[in-house]
Design a binder for this molecule. Structure first.
Ligand SMILES: [Zn+2]
Length: 290
C-alpha cells in the first residue's frame, strides 16, 4: 500500500504557477559539489566551507575584503580604450568594448584605488577577469602605471591583484608595450623603497605573469590558483613530454620557488597588514642608507 494515492490523473501545472527556487540563492562548489547558501558562501569570502576551494571574485569583492568599511577612492575611473588597430574579429573592437562595459558595469579590466587597510594606507590595483578575460591592453597598463606612480609619490605600499589571460589580442603590440611600461614603473617604485606585493589569483597567465605579477617584493597567491605563462597543452606540445601532476597550480609554483607563500582569502587582510608592518621600517632604512 502506498502512502499517497494520486486520485486525479494528468495533473499539469501551468508554467507561470510553478514555484522555482530563485537564482543566486544557493552555491554549489565546483570541486567537491557541496551546496551552501549564497549568504554563507559570501560570509566565507567566496571560499568553500568543506574543501576551501577559492571561487573567482572581482575587484568589487577584493576592495570590500581589503579596505576598511569598504571605503576607498578610485583612480582614473573614466579611462577607456581606443581602437588603435581598427581591430575586427566577430565584432569590431569598439563595439566589443561597449558591449562588455554594458554587461559588466566596468570601464576596463583593472580598477585602481587607494584607501586604508586596518588603518594603514594602501594602493590597490585589481584586475577583473569578466572584462575580456582580464586581458591587458593600453588602459590596463596605463592605469597600473599611474597607480604605481601614485604609490611612489605618496610613499604608500602598492598591492597588485592579478587575474588575467594575458595580453589583449585586439591591441597586439600596444598590449605588449604595457609589460615594459609597468615593469619600468615598478623599478622606480623599488628604487624609492616603497613595498610592492603581488597577489596572483586564479588564473594569472601570459604577459601579466611575464611582467608585473612576478616582480613583487613578495609574490603571493591564493590556494589552487592557476599560474603560468603558456597553457599546459602548448607546453606539452613544445617539449613533447607529459607534464607533472598539479603543474601550474599555486602549490606547484610555490614548491618550485616562484612564490613566497600562499594565503587563504579569509586571512588575506590580516596577513597583508602584518607583512607590511614588518617590511615598511626595513624599506625606510634602506632608502635612508642610500
Ligand atoms: Zn568544495
Amino acid at each position: 500500500m502506498s502512502w499517497f494515492k494520486r486520485v486525479e490523473k494528468g495533473i499539469v501545472t501551468p508554467t507561470d504557477q510553478k514555484k522555482e527556487t530563485p537564482d543566486g540563492l544557493w552555491y554549489k562548489c565546483p570541486e567537491c559539489k557541496t551546496v551552501a547558501t549564497m549568504a554563507e558562501h559570501k560570509r566565507l569570502i567566496y571560499t568553500c566551507a568543506k574543501c576551501n576551494y577559492h571561487d573567482r571574485i572581482n575587484s568589487a569583492e577584493y576592495f570590500e575584503v581589503l579596505f576598511d568599511n569598504n571605503q576607498f577612492t578610485e583612480l582614473d575611473e573614466q579611462l577607456t580604450s581606443g581602437d588603435p588597430l581598427h581591430f575586427v574579429d566577430t565584432k569590431a573592437y569598439p563595439q566589443r568594448i561597449a558591449a562588455t562595459q554594458r554587461a559588466t558595469g566596468l570601464k576596463d579590466a583593472v580598477r585602481t584605488a587607494y584607501g586604508l587597510m586596518n588603518g594603514q594606507d594602501l594602493v590597490v590595483a585589481c584586475m577583473d577577469f569578466k572584462f575580456i578575460g582580464g586581458s591587458m591592453g593600453s588602459v590596463v597598463g596605463e592605469k597600473i602605471a599611474r597607480a604605481i606612480d601614485y604609490a611612489r609619490q605618496h610613499r604608500v605600499p602598492f598591492l597588485m591583484i592579478s587575474k588575467s589571460g594575458g595580453a589583449r589580442m585586439m591591441e597586439a603590440g600596444y598590449s605588449l608595450m604595457q609589460m615594459a611600461k609597468t615593469s619600468a614603473k615598478l623599478a622606480l617604485l623599488s628604487e624609492a623603497g616603497v613595498p610592492f606585493i603581488s597577489l596572483l589569483t586564479d588564473p594569472t597567465t601570459g604577459g601579466v605573469t611575464a611582467s608585473f605579477a612576478m616582480l613583487g617584493d613578495f609574490n603571493i597567491s591564493e590556494p589552487g590558483a592557476l599560474i603560468g605563462f603558456a597553457g599546459p597543452r602548448v607546453i606539452k606540445e613544445t617539449i613533447g613530454k607529459d607534464l607533472p601532476k598539479g603543474f601550474q597550480s599555486a602549490e606547484f609554483v610555490l614548491e618550485h620557488g616562484f612564490l613566497d607563500f600562499i594565503v587563504d582569502r579569509k586571512e588575506l587582510k590580516q596577513q597583508l597588514t602584518d607583512l607590511l608592518q614588518m617590511v615598511q621600517p626595513v624599506a625606510r632604512e634602506v632608502v635612508e642608507a642610500k
